[in-house]
Design a protein around this ligand. Structure first.
Ligand SMILES: Nc1ncnc2c1ncn2[C@@H]1O[C@H](COP(=O)(O)OP(=O)(O)OP(=O)(O)O)[C@@H](O)[C@H]1O
Length: 324
């Protein structure tokens, strides 16, 4: 296959505003995911991470709508796909895991049956075979006593166990891409790490790519091959994990890393830079970070920077990237 597995280009998503014209919460966004790659999408609350994930699934929350761009899976645009075709693609070739496992599960159906149903619908398995597949999946997500748990209802499971079931459902068809949107944020810290590692290992085992969305930069340091940093609906930096962590180039990335640092002085730097009052609205002809940027110059207010290469495989949307 030539080209990335998932290729989002020039995506724009707008929401109506009560007081004026529609607001673009995502604009000019490009993001590529290669086969087998784990891409971390990081950024603070409201950056547009969930809207991006849901756009790829053609599930933009109402009343939002995609007004521009493409989101291709192996060259086929998901954004213009018929609902009928999408039903075959979602769950089978691309699946999503969110922070609310109980909300995803059917409260009236034993959890094993929910996994087996996926195998019946998407893999064409019969009743007996799909039950075997579901049991095997329960073992893979490390649910103890899988035969007994097969018959359990969602309310009988802990949050961590419910999330393991959601992961089993998401992975049972061997999708090419898994989107994990804040998938562990509702769980205890110790369980979070276990579930993330499990998710990564299982995805790797079946060569699924993964888009791992989180506000917690620390999580991406352990799990991801590549990091994309999102700010106000735009990717402001993207690169291999090593490059972004060791040589962050966009001032926003530097601040984001400082916010997660153990170093108190670095964290203080972040809180000083956090005054967002002068930030321009999304889509204006200025850098989206100019109001908070300690390195901003006149050009940053007058001209919107493009995402451009600063080293092979490393890009930043900044007129004055910090290059070392
Ligand atoms: N249903 C909606 N109606 C109006 N605006 C919305 C809606 N959903 C999202 N938005 C807007 O889109 C922006 C991006 O939201 P999104 O949920 O994608 O952020 P996020 O980066 O995923 O944040 P978090 O880390 O808190 O999940 C928000 O600032 C919000 O204004």
């Amino acid at each position: 296959m030539n080209g990335p597995l998932v290729n989002v280009t020039d995506l724009r998503v707008e929401f109506p505003s009560l007081t004026g014209p529609d607001v673009a919460v995502i604009s000019g966004l490009d993001l590529a995911i290669e086969p087998g790659q784990v891409v971390g999408l990081v950024g603070e609350a409201g950056a547009g991470k969930t809207v991006l994930a849901r756009s790829i699934m053609q599930m933009v929350p109402e009343p939002g709508r995609v007004t521009k761009g493409r989101a291709e899976l192996q060259g086929e645009d998901l954004l213009t796909m018929s609902e009928r075709r999408l039903q075959r693609v979602r769950g089978a070739r691309i699946s999503m895991i969110t922070a609310n496992p109980r909300g995803e599960l059917n409260p009236l159906l034993p959890v094993g049956e929910q996994i087996a149903t996926m195998a019946r619908v998407h893999l064409g398995q019969g009743r007996k075979e799909s039950r075997e597949t579901a049991r095997a999946m329960l073992r893979k997500v490390q649910i103890s006593d899988p035969d007994r748990r097969y018959a359990a209802y969602p309310h009988e499971l802990s949050g961590g166990m419910a999330q393991r079931i959601v992961i089993a459902i998401a992975l049972v068809c061997g999708p090419q891409v898994v989107i994990a949107d804040d998938a562990t944020s509702g769980l205890d810290v110790t369980v979070q790490a276990q579930i993330l590692m499990l998710l990564r290992d299982l995805a790797r085992e079946q060569n699924s790519s993964m888009l791992l969305i989180t506000r917690d930069v620390g999580i991406t340091a352990h799990v991801c091959d590549r990091i994309a940093v999102m700010h106000q609906g735009e990717i402001v930096e993207a690169g291999d994990r090593q490059a972004v962590f060791l040589r962050p180039a966009h001032p926003y990335t530097i601040m984001l890393l400082a916010a997660f640092s153990h170093n108190k002085r670095l964290r203080a730097l972040w809180s000083h830079a956090d005054a967002d009052k002068a930030a321009p609205a999304r889509g204006e002809q200025a850098c989206s970070y100019v109001g908070r940027c300690p390195l901003a110059q006149a050009r940053c207010r007058a001209e919107k920077p493009m995402l451009r290469m600063i080293a092979p495989g490393h890009e930043a949307r900044c007129h004055f990237p910090v290059v070392r």
